[in-house]
Design a protein around this ligand. Structure first.
Ligand code: MG
Length: 372
């Protein structure tokens, strides 16, 4: 594939409702879009780095800078001839880290290549499910507010609800939602906020385990694989790792330590779709459960994650919900809930395109880099 130009565009969006997690509150949602123009046509990618470091080290300003100053110039060197998306990604390995920035470029190149072939991403991945079960995420809050938000999600069809928790803001809300929504699968996500060195945290985790949840996600700090392994052996609830699994090496270490019953797969955190598929395949071979994770993504990256989430190994409740839970309007035609599920896009490439009017209205700045 030969790239002619890459457009780098920074959008400033607001979430429909703020989301409070153990690591902070998300309200503003910057999105970095990349559009690659190739000899065969164009493709779009979305970088999901959040406003601030916290969930991981990456953040939107940093990702935008790394894209502009390092990653895009690397792809445009050599007159823009990059080979396949995988070969382009391999070239970017000269820059360490920055998986979300790299994932945006991989996404755009995949979109361009698949559009030229007239083939969908799900078809390329061998993902045959026509739709994936949707998930609604509810942030940390007072118990009545959490129950009301979970009830509202269930009322519009969500059968899977994830509650964000933190020490001291956990058992009461989880228990109330569990009692209220007895037929909904409930996941608790602690974003690494518990510490087995604290007696109160150990007691809370035992109490959470008694609630019959579908999964407990990232209870301990990302690096605490020994502690996580202890929880896997002591708890009945499946322990899912999210922040801990930022590479294949991290996955292999977690599997060797027996530190997870499941893995939350987020293509952005792992460095793209191909990396997410490798994690999926390794987990399937190891008999480890999988959930498809969400990153408060807009419509372009949401389309890519829905396609990945349609792979056969995903058997735990996932994070991905309809566009209108996050953005009104979304930057693409919205992903819409149908009987509690999200249809997998079937059009060429990602199956979605940015809406020019929405994108223009949200654009803070835009630069174009050309192959020389
Ligand atoms: Mg998580």
């Amino acid at each position: 594939m030969k790239i002619l130009a890459i457009e780098l565009r920074r959008l400033e969006l607001e979430l429909v409702a703020p989301l409070v997690t153990a690591t902070g509150e998300h309200r503003r949602r910057p999105i970095v879009l990349v559009h690659v123009e190739t000899e065969e046509g164009g493709g779009n990618g979305e970088c999901d780095a959040l406003l601030e470091p916290g969930y991981t080290a990456e953040h939107a300003d940093g990702a935008e800078t790394v894209l502009a100053e390092r990653l895009i110039p690397l792809l445009l060197a050599g007159a823009g001839e990059v080979g396949t998306a995988a070969e382009a990604l391999a070239r970017l390995a000269l820059v360490p880290g920055n998986p979300m920035a790299k994932a945006a470029l991989e996404m755009a190149l995949l979109d361009a290549g698949l559009r030229a072939e007239g083939r969908s991403l799900a078809s390329m991945l061998g993902a045959t499910r026509p739709a994936i079960p949707a998930g609604a995420t509810v942030g940390i809050g007072d118990t009545p507010a959490v129950v009301a938000a979970a009830r509202a999600a269930a009322a519009v069809g969500y059968r899977r609800v994830k509650l964000k928790i933190a020490p001291g803001r956990d058992v009461a809300a989880l228990g109330a939602v569990r009692r209220e929504l007895s037929d909904v699968a409930i996941v608790a996500d602690a974003n690494g906020s518990y510490d087995l060195g604290h007696a109160d945290d150990r007691a809370a985790l035992r109490a959470i385990d008694a609630l019959g949840l579908a999964a407990l996600e990232q209870p301990l700090a990302a690096g605490d694989l020994a502690g996580s392994a202890r929880l896997v052996s002591e708890l009945v609830t499946p322990v899912v790792l999210d922040e801990s699994i930022d590479s294949m090496a991290a996955l292999e270490a977690a599997l060797a330590a027996g530190a997870c019953s499941g893995v939350a797969v987020k293509p952005a955190r792992l460095g793209g779709v191909a990396a997410a598929v490798r994690v999926h395949d390794t987990c399937v071979a190891a008999g480890v459960h999988l959930s498809i994770g969400g990153m408060l993504e807009a419509g372009i990256a949401r389309a890519a994650s829905i396609a990945v989430g349609a792979l056969r190994g995903f058997d735990l409740p996932g994070d991905l919900g309809s566009s209108d839970r996050y953005f009104r309007p979304d930057v693409t035609a919205p992903h819409v809930l149908v009987a509690g599920e999200l249809p997998v896009p079937t059009g060429p490439g990602l199956g979605v395109v940015p809406d020019p009017a929405v994108v223009e209205a949200a654009t803070a700045r835009c630069r174009v880099f050309r192959a020389s």
